[in-house]
Design a protein around this ligand. Structure first.
Ligand SMILES: [Ca+2]
Ligand SMILES: [Ca+2]
Length: 118
């Protein structure tokens, strides 16, 4: 885990839009399908409290996705992942030219989340 003073941002058990600060953040979206945009800094997504294993893909430019015990998340601006207490699958299988697809997917998910809230 990073040393303080990283900002800790925690979501809800539902679907969240979570936005990091310009500095270092530790973001825990909890359950639900979350859209996470961490911004600048050296940022973390943590699944340490997930009730089951997670499958996480993190691309070289900070775009990624996760599924498993904590729902289906999409994120950007992430440099580091904290896994769960289970046998996670952590990979860096995204290619730079595919990051755009993830961004578009994340954007759709965000719109979807907003629609649900209206
Ligand atoms: Ca959530
Ligand atoms: Ca940040």
């Amino acid at each position: 885990m990073p040393v303080p003073p990283a900002t800790t941002i925690t979501g809800t058990s539902g679907d969240d839009d979570l936005f990091g600060t310009v500095s270092d953040d530790v973001i825990d979206g909890l359950e639900g399908n979350d859209f996470i945009s961490a911004g600048d800094g050296s940022d973390w997504v943590t699944y340490q409290n997930a009730p089951g294993l997670v499958q996480v893909f993190l691309g070289p430019t900070g775009f990624g996705s996760a599924s498993g015990g904590y729902g289906d998340d999409s994120f950007s601006g992430i440099e580091n992942i904290v896994g769960s207490n289970f046998d996670d699958h952590l990979g860096q299988q995204l290619q730079p030219d595919r990051d755009r697809q993830y961004l578009q997917r994340a954007g759709r998910q965000r719109q979807y989340v907003r629609r649900l809230r209206q």
